[in-house]
Design a protein around this ligand. Structure first.
Ligand SMILES: NC(=O)c1ccc[n+]([C@@H]2O[C@H](COP(=O)([O-])OP(=O)(O)OC[C@H]3O[C@@H](n4cnc5c(N)ncnc54)[C@H](O)[C@@H]3O)[C@@H](O)[C@H]2O)c1
Ligand SMILES: O=C(O)[C@H](O)CO
Length: 324
């Protein structure tokens, strides 16, 4: 008999067909994102669950007594309550690597958009303000040969460093839980303390996972170390930044600008002051959102689910849930 699984989000037909070869599928057929209470109600006796960052906590696990595997269609898995999953022996998987280059492209996009004021000047042209040669009050800053500081030099961080080094001839600083000898050799990246990175970088890029150690890793003190001319980019998770502290330094002109793909609360509140600032470029969490990459992620999430349910050696287990 095939194991029963629940698809909390729509996946491409090819992915669903692949899963259907191995599992009996139940799925959310309603419009939009499945409401939490529906998910709890519909999980029933599913053994597997495929999600897009829905919260996996004791309440959800208690509502699904037969659940064995949760496949996250996302590389970040801060939505997993690791202790609750561990204590129940639940396997958790994610989608590393397939999105690295796509997310790195987006980060460079945010760097260029903020430094060269692309969104701001696009609005300037479209609102009929372009009346002649622009004055120096609208000039941007150079990206090439500037210093980039990457906080969290993992898979995506390294792809960003590669683009910065070879595409833009930048000096690359990084701080990471562990020193990365290979990245240093290949990319000439320099390992340093967070404080030094903040003090010396023209572009500070936050790319760590969200963990208890990285919540508010950027707050008043850290923004205080940044240069007045520096730009802050966040493509990790909103909660890695103390958003009030970011708003404050931007309002006080203590940093030059920010490029944000993620927010404390998503979707972002339309009254969030960050949305009113011309020197802040905001995006709706689209780091991995290209057609090919989102397809590859969904297929990998489907394969992870099937492998974990049917094979002894499942793939892409999240590190904290290995050997449970
Ligand atoms: N904006 C998006 O759409 C998007 C897309 C993909 C990933 N992400 C986020 O990016 C994160 C990173 O993804 P990845 O695949 O590169 O992960 P990864 O595990 O390969 O890299 C993360 C790096 O951060 C380092 N790190 C962890 N805690 C740290 C700390 N306290 N200080 C310094 N470094 C620390 C780790 O050592 C690791 O090298 C994901 O967890 C996710 O939250 C966002
Ligand atoms: O972590 C990820 O994979 C991205 O944030 C998209 O969900």
């Amino acid at each position: 008999m095939k194991p029963k699984i629940f698809l909390a989000r729509k996946v491409p037909k090819e992915v669903e067909d692949y899963i259907a070869q191995h599992c009996d599928i139940e799925k959310w057929n309603g419009p939009g994102i499945i409401p939490r209470h529906e998910l709890l109600k519909l999980l029933g006796d599913s053994e597997g669950l495929l999600i897009n960052r829905e919260l996996i906590d004791p309440e959800l696990l208690d509502s699904a007594p037969k659940l064995r595997v949760v496949s996250n269609n996302s590389v970040g898995y801060n939505n997993f309550n690791i202790e609750a999953m561990k204590s129940r022996g639940i396997i958790g998987t994610n989608t590393p690597s397939v999105l690295d280059e796509t997310v790195a492209d987006l980060v460079l996009g945010l760097i260029l958009a903020t430094a060269r004021r692309i969104s701001e000047l696009d609005r300037y042209v479209k609102t009929g303000q372009w009346q002649g040669i622009i004055g120096n009050e609208l000039y941007g800053t150079d990206v090439h040969h500037a210093t980039i500081g990457i906080i969290g030099m993992g898979r995506i961080g390294e792809c960003i460093a590669e683009r910065a080094k070879f595409g833009f001839k930048m000096r690359v600083l990084y701080c990471n839980r562990k020193q990365r000898a290979e990245a240093e050799e290949r990319l000439g990246a320099e390992h340093c303390s967070l404080e030094q990175l903040l003090q010396e970088s023209d572009f500070v890029v936050l790319m760590t996972p969200l963990t208890p150690q990285t919540i508010n890793i950027m707050s008043d003190r850290e923004f205080g170390f940044m240069k007045r001319t520096a730009i802050f980019i966040n493509a990790s998770r909103g909660e890695t930044v103390n958003e009030s502290a970011l708003i404050k330094v931007l309002e006080e002109g203590k940093i030059r600008g920010a490029g944000l793909d993620v927010f404390d609360k998503e979707p972002v509140d339309p009254n969030n002051p960050l949305l009113k600032m011309p020197n802040v470029v905001t995006l709706p969490h689209i780091g991995s959102a290209t057609a090919k990459t989102r397809f590859d992620m969904a297929m990998l999430a489907g394969q992870n689910l099937v492998k974990a349910l049917l094979e002894n050696e499942p793939a892409n287990l999240v590190p904290e849930l290995k050997n449970i």
